[in-house]
Design a protein around this ligand. Structure first.
Ligand code: SF4
Ligand code: F3S
Length: 104
């Protein structure tokens, strides 16, 4: 499966939702996640994210994000239509510590 990681937070560019063939993105206030049981590992969303916030879970050190994607996908609503990014997306892109400050 692919997972959404920290840099999505407060950016939420949403380009990813448009390309997913199985519509497996779920939406929180400040970030999206991928449902690990629904993702078919096609990989098309990864290069679409301007924030480089989508990675295959085979990359090292993403266990926390895999767990978070799985848990939040069950709690948050499905999202299939792209809207505008969050207002300060550019300013937040690449900023460290977003999980502790803004995860939701
Ligand atoms: Fe959707 Fe493919 Fe991305 Fe999985 S890898 S979330 S199936 S676009
Ligand atoms: Fe987030 Fe990137 Fe999608 S910033 S909403 S994972 S396009």
């Amino acid at each position: 499966t692919y997972v959404v990681i920290e840099n999505c937070i407060k950016c939420k560019y949403m380009d990813c939702v448009e390309v997913c063939p199985v519509d497996c993105f779920y939406e929180g206030e400040n970030m999206l996640v991928i449902h690990p049981d629904e993702c078919i590992d096609c990989g098309v969303c990864e290069p679409e994210c301007p924030a480089e916030a989508i990675k295959p879970d085979t990359e090292r050190g993403l266990e926390k994000w895999l767990e978070l994607n799985g848990a939040m996908a069950k709690a948050w609503p499905n999202v299939t239509v792209k809207r505008d990014p969050l207002p300060d997306a550019k300013a937040f892109d690449g900023r460290p510590g977003k999980y502790d400050e803004f995860f939701s």
